[in-house]
Unconditional design. Structure first.
Length: 97
């Protein structure tokens, strides 16, 4: 194993442990614990928002609601699906949370 491989392995281990105080520069003051990302919670909320937005879009299409009521929840569903993809990718890379 050469130096480059060893360095990548060490960086990967450090990355998997997380980066304390990375997101919150004030954490640790006054005995507060370092901030950690809540990726699982974010994923659950994104899935909930996606299901709700898709359901509302289908309902708006069935009752032939005004165009705004059809487009707005569809846009929210697209945004939620992008959020789901981003969070799933971050969790697959091994980020803590």
């Amino acid at each position: 194993m050469d130096d480059g491989d060893r360095r990548r392995d060490e960086e990967r281990e450090r990355y998997e442990r997380g980066l304390p105080d990375y997101h919150d520069p004030t954490s640790g003051w006054g005995g507060a614990a370092p901030a950690r990302s809540a990726l699982t919670l974010r994923l659950v909320l994104a899935i909930f928002g996606f299901v709700l937005a898709v359901g509302f879009t289908i309902w708006a299409l069935v009752i032939d609601a005004p165009t705004l009521y059809k487009i707005l929840p569809a846009v929210v569903a697209v945004i939620a699906s992008i959020n789901i993809a981003v969070v799933a990718r971050r969790k697959a890379r091994g980020e803590p949370g």
